[in-house]
Design a protein around this ligand. Sequence first.
Ligand code: GDP
Length: 313
Amino acid sequence: MNKDSAIFVAGARGLVGSAIVRRLQASGYTNVLYPSRQELDLSDADQVKKYFEGMKPEYVFIAAAKVGGILANNTQPVEFLLENLKIQNTLIPISYECGVKKLLFLGSTCIYPKFCEQPIKESALLSGPLEPTNEAYAIAKIAGIKLCQAYKKEYGFNAICAQPTNLYGPNDNFSSTGSHVIPGLMRRIMEAKEAKLEKIACWGTGTPTREFLFVDDLADACIFLMDSYDGIDIVNVGTGDEISIADLTKLICEQVGWEGEIEWDTSKPDGTPRKVCDISKLKSLGWNPKVDLAKGIELTLSWFKEHQNSIRT
Ligand code: GDP
């Protein structure tokens, strides 16, 4: 990408898209296109086609998706499947038809089988059954990957795919039921501190482990891959480190400064028991994460405190 290339970021109001726009602008890219949902409905192919014909983007980052935590995914499979298929089935073909030079599609590590070997290698894709709580989302993302690979193979369109691990950071969804674990716990623990509660409930058993990547690191990796990777194979983006949900909860409690008791609500699902990526491929390309979990939580917490009254809850 050149500093004056026309770069389109789909999903720029969300956690990932906003971080990509932030990083592009901070790096001196002057022609970043990031229309709001009101300005451009990504599921409307006619609107998207007109927009692309008019603005002629050269590079496209697809960070637009319907995303959510374990409960939202588990209870709205129709919406997670349909909305994600619609967005990617609009953007990928139109990007090709309108002469986009290169496209990066973001998947997720939930595309991998529930019980695959850990740390998860890219080659684990489609080697076993998926985790049922987010199967609909995963199937949509797998379809997006396969569409990119098919375009590359059949038409030589330079569409690459990155698979980020669990993400967190500024502009996340902090809703009490729809969010992922870090924003969900941050909000609950902050509210417990403010209300001087002695006990709160967290979901599941606390024993599953997850890997967490600060979203600005993901944005950095996406720009790195756009500039330096043209392969057909998917690439994991993570830290390679994992932490149990119970230890993560302790870390957030410490940073918030709340010392109450955690009760584990086992009526809520645990999801996949363990999830940590093998990031050796990305490392061998020359990229490494920069923000560790403690620092990332500190940055996210201070963003949350600043925006508590105006964010998506
Ligand atoms: P997942 O990686 O798709 O399972 O995404 P989540 O971030 O939604 O959940 C990760 C783990 O955190 C699961 O084991 C949840 O049961 C657990 N968890 C504990 N408390 C919460 C909470 O308040 N919100 C969410 N979303 N998950 C929680």
